[in-house]
Structure formats: structure tokens, C-alpha cells
Design a protein around this ligand. Structure first.
Ligand SMILES: *[C@@H]1O[C@H](CO)[C@@H](O)[C@H](O)[C@H]1NC(C)=O
Ligand SMILES: *[C@@H]1O[C@H](CO)[C@@H](O)[C@H](O)[C@H]1NC(C)=O
Ligand SMILES: *[C@@H]1O[C@H](CO)[C@@H](O)[C@H](O)[C@H]1NC(C)=O
Ligand SMILES: *[C@@H]1O[C@H](CO)[C@@H](O)[C@H](O)[C@H]1NC(C)=O
Length: 327
């Protein structure tokens, strides 16, 4: 072998070796949100530099600050156990740090962890076993490149809020959230085309006899949704805020809200709805937002059979006489 080739191969081996630690030249900020500890009138902040380590454990376990933030660093891959054994940590953020991959088992033995923020990275896939079973309440995964979420990705968690805005998700799967009490789902700015049947059935486990199933916030705005299946909201009794704004809806099936009795705000702005006959019969809605659709009429008779406090219809090509009521 000639020496050039040898040194080339060595360089590759070495650079591979050099880059192998998960946290290399990474600065970690630590602070507190308990509101109890003050230094010069402010919560203390500590910065810790990690030259090279496979885990954060040794660097952050021996100090009292419970909020960890890593921002604008270079962490291409979070490997198994890299964020394990963090006994005091309550909030953990790794933001805009080029994370492309999360290995199953990344988070283990994090007894106090309440929330995770992994926004602004390059994550493509959420595998089963990364978050599955983790006892956290919220996860922010906005502004990544997620196109694949495996079947059990968010199962059996204490998760109540998940935010997946601005990713590449093209199909909704109710199995994602089985066994988790998720009440707020933000999945705006993705590539969804349909709200499938029984989308919220994951919540049935929590719907005990005579206890209504309410989903608080569901934001599906800015997708490519053409179809909401007639059984999409089956078993859901109420929504706080449901947004399907900025999609491609031309109609909604008349049965779609049959089990839904209450919606605080329903936002259907910027779709192509041509009619809504029968859709809002027998329902309580505080604000019904139908701005910028293709309605030529609003079926006034719904006010006899439903309780709808406000309907916003600017930007529709109304032709029929009912428009006078809105002048
Ligand atoms: C970390 O810093 C050291 C010293 O400056 C440098 O030799 C090494 O290449 C850096 N590693 C990474 C992954 O940037
Ligand atoms: C975490 O703690 C367990 C038990 O104390 C230990 O067996 C394991 O090696 C630790 N893992 C890491 C990544 O420190
Ligand atoms: C979730 O919990 C149920 C009941 O304990 C169990 O049968 C199921 O296998 C768990 N799912 C996952 C993906 O761990
Ligand atoms: C409705 O459409 C008009 C004209 O395209 C636009 O300027 C306006 O921002 C839209 N309204 C909303 C609430 O998006």
C-alpha cells in the first residue's frame, strides 16, 4: 500500500474516532425555574463546557440547578444512554444543535424530567423506544424534518402536550399516542392530507363511563388536508380549540361532529368550503370561523337547533339573501 493511501485511511479512522463522543466541545447552560434561588437578583446561570463525553451525567448531576439548555452546539446524534441517569433534571432542551438521530434508550432513569424541547434540529424519524414509556408531560419537536413516526412512539407516557409544527408528517396515526393522556396536539405546517377515522381513539382509555372525552387543543393548520373522514372525531365529546385553517377542504361530511357536543373555537379559515349544510346541527360552538372560504350561503336554520355564539364569514362569495343578516 502506498503511504498516501495509508494516511488517507488513517485520517478517516482517526476522524471517525475523534467525532465519536456524543458531547464534544459542547457548552451546557444550567439554570433554575423554581423561583427559590437568586443570585444578584436573578436565578443563577451556570455554563459548563464539555470537552468530550458520552453522557451528561458526570457534568450535571453534582449541582442543584434543574433546567438544562443546550443551544447552537453540534450534536449530530443522541445515542443510547447519552441522556440517562439525570436524577435532578426537570427541563431539558437541546435546540438548533444539528441533531439528526435519536436512538432508542437515549433517555433512561430521568425520574424528575417533566418536559423536553428538541426544536430546530434535523431529526427525521421518531423510533419506538425513544420516548415510549417516558414520564414527561410535554415534548416540543417543532422545526425538524420528521417524516416517520413509528407506531408506538409516544405510547404509555404521561404526555399531555406534543408539538410537531413544521415537520414533514404526511399521515396521522392514532396509535402514536396509545395509553398517553395527550390533550394538546400541535401539528401545523406539515404534509397531512387526511384526518383519518377514529383519529382520537387513543383517548378512549381515559374516557371512563360517563366522563366526556375532551381534547383541548388540536392544531392541524397549514397542511394539505382535503378530507376529514366522517368518523374522524368519533368518541370525542368536545374540543377546546380545533384548527383546520389553511388547508384544502372543499366540504365536511355532515356526520363529522355527531359525537362532538362542544367546541370553544373551530377555525376553518382559508379553505374552499362550498357549503356547510348539516355540519353544525345540534352542537355548541362559541366561535365558528369560516373566513375566506367559498360559501355562497350560511344555513341560518342551524341557529334554531344549535348554540353558536359567533360566526365569522368575511371573504366568502355570499349570494343568497342570508348575507343581509351579516351586513
Ligand atoms: C473540539 O475541540 C478540539 C480542540 O479545539 C478540536 O481538536 C476538536 O476537533 C474539536 N472537536 C469537534 C468535534 O469539533
Ligand atoms: C445509570 O445508572 C445505572 C445504575 O446506577 C448504571 O448501571 C448505568 O451504568 C448508568 N448509566 C449511565 C449511562 O451512566
Ligand atoms: C403500554 O402498556 C400496556 C399496558 O400496560 C402494554 O400492554 C403495552 O405493551 C405497552 N405498550 C408499549 C409500546 O410499551
Ligand atoms: C383572507 O384572504 C385575504 C385575501 O387573500 C387575505 O388578505 C387575508 O389575510 C385572509 N384572511 C385570513 C384571516 O387569513
Amino acid at each position: 500500500m502506498n503511504t498516501k493511501l495509508v494516511s488517507f485511511v488513517l485520517t478517516i479512522l482517526l476522524s471517525d474516532f475523534v467525532n465519536s463522543a456524543t458531547f464534544e466541545n459542547v457548552t451546557v447552560l444550567l439554570t433554575t425555574q423554581l423561583g427559590k434561588l437568586f443570585l444578584y437578583g436573578k436565578p443563577p446561570i451556570a455554563a459548563i463546557f464539555i470537552p468530550s463525553s458520552e453522557t451528561l451525567t458526570d457534568y450535571i448531576n453534582h449541582q442543584p440547578l434543574e433546567v438544562v439548555t443546550i443551544r447552537n452546539q453540534k450534536i449530530p446524534k443522541l445515542v443510547e444512554n447519552s441522556l440517562s441517569n439525570l436524577s435532578n433534571i426537570v427541563h431539558l432542551s437541546i435546540i438548533s444543535s444539528g441533531v439528526t438521530e435519536l436512538e432508542p434508550g437515549t433517555f433512561k432513569n430521568v425520574p424528575k424530567l417533566d418536559g423536553l424541547n428538541l426544536e430546530g434540529n434535523l431529526i427525521k424519524e421518531i423510533k419506538n423506544g425513544v420516548f415510549t414509556g417516558l414520564q414527561v408531560k410535554f415534548i416540543y419537536l417543532n422545526n425538524n424534518k420528521i417524516s416517520i413516526i413509528e407506531n408506538h412512539a409516544f405510547n404509555n407516557m404521561t404526555l399531555t402536550l406534543i408539538s410537531l409544527n413544521n415537520n414533514r408528517i404526511s399521515a396521522w396515526n392514532t396509535n402514536w399516542f396509545l395509553g398517553s393522556p395527550v390533550g394538546s396536539i400541535y401539528i401545523a405546517k406539515n404534509l397531512l392530507e387526511e384526518v383519518p377515522p377514529h383519529a382520537f381513539d387513543f383517548g378512549l382509555k381515559f374516557k371512563r363511563l360517563n366522563v366526556p372525552l375532551t381534547v383541548w387543543n388540536v392544531v392541524l393548520a397549514q397542511n394539505r388536508i382535503k378530507k376529514v373522514h366522517k368518523d374522524a372525531f368519533k368518541h370525542v365529546n368536545g374540543f377546546g380549540y380545533l384548527s383546520l385553517a389553511d388547508n384544502h377542504l372543499q366540504e365536511l361530511p355532515p356526520e363529522v361532529f355527531h359525537s362532538v357536543k362542544n367546541i370553544n373555537t373551530l377555525d376553518l379559515t382559508n379553505n374552499n368550503l362550498g357549503h356547510v349544510s348539516g355540519v353544525f346541527d345540534d352542537i355548541n360552538i362559541n366561535q365558528l370561523i369560516l373566513l375566506n372560504n367559498s360559501l355562497s350561503c350560511f344555513p341560518m336554520e342551524v341557529f334554531d337547533i344549535s348554540t353558536i355564539s359567533y360566526v365569522f364569514v368575511d371573504g366568502n362569495p355570499f349570494t343568497c339573501v342570508c348575507v343581509q343578516f351579516f351586513d
